[in-house]
Design a protein around this ligand. Structure first.
Ligand code: FES
Length: 206
């Protein structure tokens, strides 16, 4: 990934809040002695959550300082993984999966609806600051395709209609329920059970 000055957001001073400082020893202790640099990713995540969903250079520098790393090592991690945002983002980070299974199940329509409702394309943030849209590779929920991720939550079995409802609800300050949007339980068959339908009474061999 190539980044330029235009890809990096403003640089206000950063240090972990007292609450987050208390979490750091337990995170670092998960890794072997002398390997504290392995805590780079969870500390970047902690910093990003504290910093309104994105990592400024001072935030990355602070993580490097806490872990005794050279800043460039932290930048290498932060610029490699798409879960880290290097610019300010909207209140809701909407990541639409457009990989093959989701595409076959209609992700073009989901993308178009997100763009229409947010009023921006992929990589943009809506004028009201509510949504940042990102095109995502497979998010590992193909069985419930098409799907999108908003913040930490997966919204699955999407249609243009339920996507519009979800985004409009969020824009109006409401709460949208994550998971399958078509009423099925997790990734069970949409048409109900197709096997293991017999019940076994007491004393009867299965
Ligand atoms: S292709 Fe969309 S979740 Fe896998």
């Amino acid at each position: 990934m190539n980044i330029s000055a235009n890809d990096i957001g403003p640089s206000a001073a950063f240090s972990f809040s007292p609450e987050n400082q208390k979490k750091i020893p337990a995170i670092v202790a998960k890794y072997p002695a002398g390997k504290q640099a392995s805590a780079c990713m969870p500390l970047l995540d902690l910093a990003q959550r504290q910093n309104d969903g994105w990592l400024s250079v001072p935030a990355m520098d602070h993580v490097a300082e806490v872990l005794g790393m050279v800043p460039i090592q932290v930048y290498e991690v932060a610029t490699f993984y798409t879960m880290y945002n290097l610019k300010p983002i909207g209140k809701h980070h909407v990541q639409v999966c457009t990989n093959l299974p989701c595409w076959l199940r209609g992700s073009d329509e989901i993308s178009a609806t997100c763009k229409r409702v947010a009023g921006v394309g992929f990589g943009g943030t809506s004028e009201d600051g509510m949504f940042t849209l990102t095109e995502a590779e497979c998010l590992g929920a193909c069985v419930n395709a098409p799907m999108m991720q908003i913040g930490d939550d997966y919204f699955e079995d999407l249609t243009a209609e339920n996507v519009e409802t979800i985004l409009t609800t969020l824009r109006n300050g409401g709460t949208a329920t994550p998971g399958p949007q078509n009423g099925r339980h997790t990734s069970e068959p949409s048409g109900g059970l197709t096997s293991l339908k017999d019940t076994v009474s007491d004393g009867e061999d299965a």
